[in-house]
Design a protein around this ligand. Structure first.
Ligand code: ZN
Length: 207
């Protein structure tokens, strides 16, 4: 991409619209990914570096890790780009538990997700560009389990009757917007009625 851009004469380059192409993806042995591994280790986060994988349809999982231990068990987390994993671990530690302390007076014992990698277009719409899920660069958070077994879901809680639950979910969404590049809630569109979507693609965008 850089080499190509360098071949274009300056005048033409200036007239080009902003590139819609996906940003370069850091591979496993890139300086960014290795620095990210160092950050995870320093923050006491258990993880395993995964081999780079390229799939059909333009999808890939490059520079990905498997989070093994971030302090709170998380359902359905598989390959995540290292920067996404780093922000997810920070979000869970710095935002989710404190918000639960504040609004629910309870410990979070499990974070539930719909997963990370999935090779599909944005909102699964034909012709749309690839979702950050297609690069293992997004995670969909669907709910939280509290000590004692109470389960809070985005689907039931976001517009539910319990004001404390509504505030808790908005607090973790807002905190996600500060840590991830993109944060989408049920207020963003109909596709997100049952989860919070966070990704490390082009942002910032928070809704
Ligand atoms: Zn998503």
């Amino acid at each position: 991409m850089l080499a190509l851009a360098a071949c274009i004469p300056r005048g033409e380059q200036r007239r080009e619209p902003p590139r819609a192409a996906t940003p370069a993806r850091a591979e496993r042995n890139s300086p960014e990914t290795l620095q990210c591994h160092i950050d995870l280790a320093r923050e006491g986060i258990g993880f395993r570096a995964l081999p780079d994988q390229r799939f059909s349809g333009g999808c890939s999982a490059l520079g990905a890790v498997q989070l093994v231990n971030i302090g709170t068990p998380v359902a359905n987390l598989r390959a995540m780009t290292c920067p996404l994993a780093r922000q997810f671990a920070r979000w869970s530690r710095e935002a989710v538990q404190p918000a639960a302390d504040q609004w629910l007076r309870a410990r979070i014992v499990r974070i539930e997700t719909f997963g990370t990698y999935s090779c599909r277009s944005v909102n699964s719409q034909p012709g749309a560009r690839l979702s950050e899920h297609g690069f293992a660069n997004a995670v969909d958070v669907s709910g939280f389990v509290l000590e004692g077994g109470r389960r809070i879901t985005v689907q039931d809680g976001w517009r539910g009757d319990d004001e404390r639950v509504r505030r808790f979910l908005r607090a973790v969404h807002q905190a996600g917007c500060r840590r991830f590049n993109i944060g989408l809630s049920p207020d963003s569109d109909a596709y997100h009625y049952n989860h919070l979507h966070f990704d490390m693609g082009r942002g910032p965008y928070c809704r």
